[in-house]
Design a protein around this ligand. Structure first.
Ligand SMILES: Cc1cc2nc3c(=O)[nH]c(=O)nc-3n(C[C@H](O)[C@H](O)[C@H](O)COP(=O)(O)OP(=O)(O)OC[C@H]3O[C@@H](n4cnc5c(N)ncnc54)[C@H](O)[C@@H]3O)c2cc1C
Length: 264
């Protein structure tokens, strides 16, 4: 690992300024993705801006159906929060299924979505639940936040401050879990708001994506049967040493049917 300057600001504005002034900066949240990338020399920051002392970025607020999760809130806190379990249980379940306890106590929602790993679980919740990502500069609608493989709409120096969700009538996250890492081979989040259904898929493609054919079928008839006959084109899906694109395409449909069956 190369030497770097270490900063620990006490507010998000100062963190943004430090990033703006540095040559090759990186924000540090839980370090669960950043530190391995540094150890593998995939990134070599000149400056690390640690968000760990910024109290305003931590915590969960639930008011009515609105759930706000501060960027530096770790997955274990989301999983254990009584209000999240009551209002948006699918999100608590998703957080509880991330990685292992060490990852859940260090990894944060802000770090997860900023990293935009194609196999991360939170992006599917952010998109299916039509959340808003709040940053030091603006509010970004979920459909505009994830741009591609490890790429988001965040600009240099822009710090995610939190994510605002509106609880649906029903939601379910189904994950085909990678047996070694716990990451999603395929993860499907289904959310029903009145007669509108949103379906977002992670793990299968280079970035999270919605499935309009499933959303249309489920909006007309919210049952697993409504997904009979729907297939997912696999040309743009990922093939790796573990699973083929065809396998992932089929797994998306299977996971979606199981998810709907669980809550319909
Ligand atoms: C063994 C293992 C298993 C895992 N399994 C899963 C899984 O099953 N599901 C899943 O979803 N994830 C999984 N993860 C990922 C993990 O949950 C973390 O969410 C993820 O590593 C990033 O979060 P972090 O807080 O550690 O961010 P960091 O590693 O600190 O940062 C990641 C990136 O985000 C940037 N960043 C961090 N915070 C902000 C912010 N507030 N604003 C702007 N940019 C920011 C950093 O600069 C960096 O580029 C796993 C990780 C490991 C190591």
């Amino acid at each position: 690992m190369k030497n770097f300057n270490y900063h620990r600001p006490s507010d998000a504005g100062a963190a943004s300024s430090l990033v703006a002034k540095s040559e090759e900066p990186r924000l540090l949240a839980g370090g669960m993705s950043l530190l391995p990338s540094m150890k593998l020399r995939l990134v070599a920051p000149t400056d690390i801006v640690d968000l760990g002392d910024i109290a305003a970025l931590k915590g969960i607020k639930v008011e009515g159906k609105e759930v706000f999760i501060g960027a530096m809130t770790c997955h274990a806190d989301v999983a254990a929060n009584a209000d999240v379990k009551r209002v948006l249980p699918a999100l608590a379940e998703l957080a509880d299924g991330i990685g292992d306890p060490a990852v859940r106590y260090r990894g944060t929602i802000g770090g997860s979505i900023a990293n935009a790993d194609p196999a991360a679980c939170y992006p599917s919740a952010v998109v299916a639940l039509d959340a808003t990502v709040e940053t030091t500069k603006r509010k970004i609608p979920a459909d505009q936040f994830f741009v591609g493989l490890f790429t988001t709409a965040l600009e240099p120096g822009e710090v995610v401050t939190g994510v605002r969700f509106k609880a649906p009538d029903k939601a379910k996250y189904m994950k085909l879990r990678h047996p070694a890492s716990g990451f999603a081979v395929v993860g499907v989040m289904i959310a029903k708001y009145g007669s509108t259904v949103r379906v977002a898929v992670t793990g299968a493609g280079p970035s999270v994506f919605r499935v309009p054919a499933m959303e249309k079928a489920l909006s007309a008839n919210f049952s697993a049967k409504a997904l009979d006959g729907i297939t997912l084109p696999h040309a743009d899906l990922m093939t790796d040493i573990h699973f083929s694109a065809e396998y992932r395409a089929n797994a998306v449909v299977v996971m979606a049917k199981r998810g709907v069956a669980a809550i319909a």
